[in-house]
Ligand binder design. Structure first.
Ligand code: ADE
Length: 266
C-alpha cells in the first residue's frame, strides 16, 4: 500500500491520460437545442444534413456533418416537435439525442453550444459567452436524504483549462431546468447551485456524457438577464439572433483551438 502522501500505482495510472485522450481529437459532436442557434454554426463549418441519418426512423432529430481542418464535426439538433412544430428544447430531448449521437458516432468530445439566461449579480451581461465548469438541476426537488443530492445532480464538466486561458473566456456554473421562467423555489435552488448561467439542457447532457464516459464542454451565450427587470421571454426573443452570432464566433474559436490537440491538451 502507498504511504500517506504517496500515490498508489492505481492512482498514478488513473492520473495518466487515457489512450484515447493522448491522440489528437478527430471526432466532435456539437449538441444544439434550437434551430436558430444551430444554423449559424452549420453555415460557418459548411456542414450538410446527413442523408443517412444515424437516428431511429421517424424521430425529428437531425445530424449535420462535415470536415473542418483535421476534424469530423457533427452537429446534432433534436429537431421540431412533431405535433407543435417548435424546437424540442429541454432536458428530455437533449439527453436522448446526446445518447443516440454518442452510440452512433463515438465522438472524442461533446460540445453543447446554446443560449442561456445570466445573472448580473454573478457578472453576466447580454452577449457574454461562458465556458461552464459545473452543471446542476434546479427543478428536481426530492426532500429525502441522498435523493435530494441525486435530484440536484451536480457534475463537473470537461473544463478545458488551456482553452479557457488562451481564448480568455469567462467561466461559470450552470443550472438547468425545464422552464424558461423561474419560480421562487427555482431561484433558491439556482442560488444554492452558485450558478452564473441558467439553461434548459446542460445538466441533462453532462449526465449522459458522464454515463458514457465522453468528455463534454459547454459554451453558453447570454440572451437575457434573470435578475434584471425585463420579462425573460421578451428579452430572450429580442436578443436571440444577435447573441447566436456571438455564440457562433465563440464556437469557431473553440474548434480552432481544439484542432490538432488531444483531450489532455485542452
Ligand atoms: N435560454 C436562454 N435564456 C434562458 C433562461 N432564462 N432560462 C433557461 N434557458 C434559457
Amino acid at each position: 500500500m502507498a504511504a500517506l502522501g504517496e500515490q498508489s500505482e492505481e492512482q498514478a495510472m488513473a492520473a495518466q491520460p487515457k489512450p484515447q485522450n493522448r491522440r489528437p481529437i478527430s471526432n466532435i459532436v456539437i449538441v444544439v437545442a434550437m434551430q436558430t442557434e444551430a444554423l449559424p454554426i452549420v453555415n460557418r463549418f459548411q456542414l450538410t444534413e446527413d442523408p443517412h441519418s444515424p437516428f431511429p426512423r421517424g424521430v425529428p432529430w437531425v445530424r449535420y456533418q462535415g470536415t473542418y481542418k483535421d476534424l469530423n464535426i457533427s452537429l446534432v439538433w433534436p429537431g421540431k416537435d412533431p405535433t407543435l412544430g417548435v424546437d424540442s428544447v429541454g432536458t428530455i430531448s437533449s439527453a436522448l439525442v446526446t445518447y443516440a449521437a454518442i452510440q452512433a458516432l463515438q465522438p472524442d468530445l461533446i460540445i453543447n453550444a446554446g443560449t442561456a439566461g445570466g445573472f448580473k449579480a454573478k457578472g453576466a451581461s447580454i452577449g457574454d459567452v461562458f465556458i461552464v465548469s459545473d452543471c446542476a438541476f434546479h427543478d428536481r426537488r426530492i426532500p429525502i436524504p441522498v435523493f435530494d443530492l441525486y435530484g440536484v445532480g451536480v457534475r463537473k464538466t470537461f473544463e478545458a483549462p488551456n482553452l479557457v486561458k488562451e481564448l480568455n473566456l469567462k467561466v461559470g456554473k450552470l443550472s438547468t431546468g425545464d422552464s424558461l421562467d423561474m419560480t421562487q423555489q427555482d431561484e433558491s435552488s439556482i442560488i444554492a447551485n452558485d450558478a452564473t448561467v441558467k439553461d434548459m439542457e446542460g445538466a441533462a447532457i453532462v449526465y449522459v456524457s458522464d454515463l458514457l464516459k465522453v468528455p463534454a464542454m459547454f459554451v453558453k451565450a447570454v440572451t437575457d438577464i434573470i435578475d434584471g427587470d425585463k420579462p425573460t421571454a421578451e428579452e430572450f426573443l429580442q436578443n436571440l439572433a444577435a447573441v447566436t452570432a456571438a455564440l457562433d464566433l465563440a464556437v469557431e474559436q473553440v474548434i480552432n483551438f481544439i484542432n490538432g490537440k488531444c483531450v489532455s491538451e485542452l
